[in-house]
Unconditional design. Sequence first.
Length: 793
Amino acid sequence: MKPKPHTTYHQKDSIYLSLCKFLCSRSCLLVWIVTITACTGTRFIPEGKYLYTGADLKFKHNGGIPNRGQLETEMEAVMKPAPNKSFLGMRPTLWFYYIAGTPKKKKGLRNFIKTKLGRPPVFLSDVSPERTSLNLKTILQNNGYFEANVEFAVTKKTKTAEVAYTAYIVTPPYRIRDIHYEKLDSIYGNLSTGLPKESLLKTNDIYKLATLEKEIKRVSETVRDSGFYYFSSNYLIFNADSSVGKRQVDLYLGFENIPDQAKKVYRLDTITIVNQYQLTRDSTTRGKYATDTIEGYKYRYRRNDFRPEIILNSVNLHKDSLYRRIDHELTLSRLTDLGVFKFVNIRFTPKGDSLLRVRILLTPLLKKSLRFEAQINSKSNSFVGPALTASFINRNFLKGAELFQFQINGAYEVQANAKQQSPVNAYELGSEASLTIPRFISPFHIPYSSHRYMPQTTMKVGFKLQNRVDYFLLNSVNIAYGYSWRETAKKNHTLYPADITFFQLGNISELFESRLQNDPYLQRSLRNQFILGSRYTFTYNSQTGEQDERKKDNIYFAGSLDFSGNLAYLTQRLAKSQENASDNAYEIAGRPYSQYSRADVDLRYYHDIDSKNQYAVRFIAGAGFAYGNATTMPYVKQFSSGGSNSIRAFRARSVGPGSFDIRTLQNTNTNYFIDQTGDIKLETNIEYRFGIIGYLKGAIFADAGNIWLVRSDTARPGGEFAWNRFYKEIAIGTGLGLRLDASFFVLRLDAAFPLRIPYLPENNRWVIQNVNIFNSRWRSNNLIFNIAIGYPF
């Protein structure tokens, strides 16, 4: 038996080491205490002043409080001012403010520290608990708690003070018993007949002022849609009768200070469309305008740059028709969606007692432009690097608001999170020409029911060269024809009936050639081939829409279907075309084409705890299957796992498939090309995001998932999907993140380590017991740093 190594030292040395450890630990503690004391900023507080450290809100009630979370959010929003921000017991912004003193200049380091890094102190004298208590009480009453009351108490310490507010809710909220719209009929005919059907107010709902305001807005829009141009929501008011008993109220919609003008129905008179309108001239009579009368519209223009029918098709206002708010807004929306006008303005001028003259003023954008962009790319495979793009844009290519774009781009990337001795380098060069037409151009019917949003037809052709230095060169040519349309503000559709791509692999290194020889699956997925595809994507985003519609809970969903080669295979099969001799595949232009079906979903849920804290959850599922003319999906269509936007505790594209042990690949720990792909993917991620200070935010996260193969692969044993064991092959990781979030730009650093490794023996896959963050060897083998641009989801 091999003896354990040991170290011999004298007793005096032991005492000396113990003393050093004791002094060191106490010194570190002392330094920490001094640092916290200095950075709290309280030593700068003037005598007689108290630094306001914040407020607390408590509820005292006899029963449950419906929608308590929403009520707390409304009440906390009026508990102002906000105290100086603190972090781990320190107030660095306050410390910076005081330490900078009084700058003598408006520029310079001292001024920067005071104005940019520092924030002035918020004293108790800046707070008005009495006024805040009244505001809190008003919020409770506006939410049906008419008898509620709010009290406050101030707690003072040596240099600080805080306020505690207590909301006393002794009775349940008032609820709506009945809603009456009959008073509208005295002026506006029988409008009240249809109003209750679409009402936002429902019997037995809790009385809420916010809902009443939304209902007033809805009724006002209904009235304006009936020709009453000068009507406004300011003329409507709800009267509440709470004397009906049983904690109920009856609501009566009435008028307040309504002018005679708002009681009249207006029709549209002449409609004049002025193109090339100049904002510097508040008159359309100056300058050289030509005038044509087209379909009852007066069309005025300086230059014949637009086909008039393109503009007229976007106008939903018609001579002699009733004024309708919805037609007004629809015209604004559709003209703006054409993408060629900088400003769209519609002016209504009264003529007589019941007519409105209409002028639609259009100020075009610059037709042609060149744009150069320099950016830092961050991809899901952890490749990071600079990129340059040059674009030429013509916003009115064929005088029909067609958008033509031609761009050339180049990028250099390095796999930033790789642990190889020489990380994989890559560069890309590409160009693309596209033409987007603001309408459908299709031989078949596309189900499109929304007239509010402009549909688009897109045609594009592009070329891309991808060079993985020391591995391979991949050339691709893409031709696509498709459509995109918006069903509502939250729902989007994209359909590409034709999406054709040709791939050609070249400049294969000896190292990568040996990998291909040992991995037929990878070899087949990278071979020269056509993708004759069609794809459809549906996107739902509840965060899109009006500002007042934003909620604490939001959902994002994206689902896509991708098919390739089916029509070509069926045609050649029926025609009994000749298959090639090597793998019995049909060919087009001497090249085999891929045949597969693929589907994937991306579901995300966001819960805002408050303005600074958020939970974010994502679930991804995808599956693809090759058949007929192919045995594997193309490399670019396969799924991968691991990396900065995936399971962050594992290197990019290094997870799976299944329980396959990637360490068995030759030279994995040196310069070997690591890129694992599969046909099936399951993944989930959860993050708790919180504010730290200013633009700096933090996150705690956990990721789990894997990829699998549909068919077994001798080069990757254990990689195929099996119902009785796939759940045992889930990779799990966790970690912490820092994000510099400047809204328009987010720089992210995530540090993660694995908790469960799927390629280990089945009974040893949990490695949480081995976590030792203070051990340098453990950190070297397990801790993965991910540098990326933007949030992971």
